[in-house]
Design a protein around this ligand. Structure first.
Ligand SMILES: Cc1ncc(COP(=O)(O)O)c(C=O)c1O
Length: 402
């Protein structure tokens, strides 16, 4: 094989690896497989008609806004709309602090580009979203994974680390219905976290794609809103969110709400990446949402996933061996299983695939190794009957290796 190009790879590029999930998805696309592996929204929940009508209106009425280059910061009407959406989440920032992104994933790469030098310390939850690890790794951080309990990140562990004089660049966390565990810290836990961050001058990157998908009670509060409450401005928190789980991930429209001091740098970094988020996708997202689509549509998504979550939890209660411990998320798209420590879930996956069931082994969500006896299950993508059948088969595979 030629190595003309690969022999020239930068040190950072050597850290670029494929996402275990994306590799696995290639296998699980076969229709006979009941897949709990992907992080896919259900296609039943895409507002197809509304997006089609919005696209037509955009192309007929505003072809220039949709087809021409646009500002790096984003399509102005969409930024205003997002700013109003953010006010509904308690986050009152002016539109100038909102940047649209090519998916919130782009925000993670941009954060890495702006804040990580080789060897710099970055704090993450254990386990954490593997796409964030994938985005940060090329910038060569040292990761310090922080333990979680059933109420999320353990603040004392964070405080201990900071007391030792460590100066991390930032803490990354998924604050509502975490990917991969489904865990949401209580408001008290979030406040404590923010107080510690403020005391030690620790920036927090808050990633929140799932907060609207709650199946019990109300939407969990976000750290960014608490930051404004505490400090009168967005100071410690850089907030990322997305339309991927509310409209459709194929649009690739997400956003960042940024502390004022970072807006210019973030904009310039994005300029180098893609000049701007696709004009057509932004205009369609805006046109689809401007008359209240989210208020009508998101409750339907919640109802659909609520039923699926219940089906998965019920099947776990019925079929899983008692030695398997599951989280019981109140929202989102995932739950997390912890198996007895001698079980290697990567090996178990082969067995499960023979039964036509797939999941993601938990090791991939661990920044510095470990978690080989854990797994992530997605409950948003399959219909309830398939979920029940899949969990039954998976439980059978687990029972064989107990
Ligand atoms: C925690 C988390 N952050 C970011 C993303 C990326 O989302 P987007 O489609 O907005 O790029 C995902 C997607 O699954 C996610 O789970």
């Amino acid at each position: 094989m030629n190595t003309l190009w690969t022999s020239q790879l930068s040190v950072g590029a050597k850290n670029i690896t494929s996402s275990a999930i994306r590799d696995l998805l290639k296998v699980t696309e076969q229709p006979e497989i009941i897949s709990f592996a992907g992080g896919l929204p259900s296609p039943d929940c895409f507002p197809r008609e509304e997006i089609m009508a919005a696209a037509e209106r955009v192309l007929v009425e505003k072809p220039l806004a949709a087809l021409q280059y646009g500002p790096t910061e984003g399509y102005a009407p969409l930024r205003d709309f997002i700013a109003s959406l953010m006010r509904g989440r308690g986050l009152a920032v002016p539109s100038e602090q909102v940047l649209t992104l090519n998916g919130s994933q782009q925000g993670l790469d941009t954060v890495g580009k702006l804040l990580i030098d080789p060897g710099a310390l970055v704090l993450v939850e254990q386990p954490t979203y593997m796409g964030a690890l994938q985005a940060f790794r090329p910038y060569q951080p040292r990761f310090a994974p922080l333990p979680m309990d059933e109420d999320g990140l353990v603040v004392e562990a964070l405080e201990n680390l900071l007391q030792q004089g460590e100066k991390p660049r930032f803490l990354y966390l998924v604050s509502c219905f975490q990917n991969p565990t489904g865990i949401t810290p209580s408001p008290e836990r979030k406040r404590a976290l923010l107080r510690v961050a403020a005391q030690y001058g620790l920036p927090i990157v808050e990633d929140d794609p799932y907060g609207e998908l709650f199946y019990e009670g109300t939407r969990p509060p976000i750290l960014a809103a608490m930051d404004i409450e505490m400090h009168g401005e967005l100071r410690h928190v850089l907030y990322l969110s997305t339309f991927s789980k509310l409209l459709a991930p194929g649009l690739r429209v997400g956003w960042a709400a940024l502390p004022q001091e970072l807006v210019a740098k973030f904009t310039h970094a994005k300029q180098g990446l893609d000049l701007h988020t696709g004009s057509l996708a932004q205009a369609v997202a805006y046109e689809a949402c401007r008359d209240g689509l989210l208020d009508r549509h998101v409750p339907m998504i919640r109802a659909t996933y609520h039923t699926r979550r219940d089906a998965m939890l019920a099947a776990i209660d019925t079929y899983m061996p008692k030695a398997v411990v599951s989280t019981r998320p109140k929202g989102g798209m995932f739950l997390w299983l912890t198996l007895p420590s001698h079980i290697d879930t990567s090996a178990l996956l082969q067995r499960a695939l023979e039964q036509n069931v797939a999941f993601v082994p938990g090791a991939a969500f661990h920044a510095n190794g470990g978690g080989t006896h854990t797994m992530r299950l997605n409950f948003s993508h399959s219909a309830p009957e398939r979920i029940t059948e899949g969990v039954k088969r998976l439980a059978g595979s687990i029972a064989e290796v107990l």
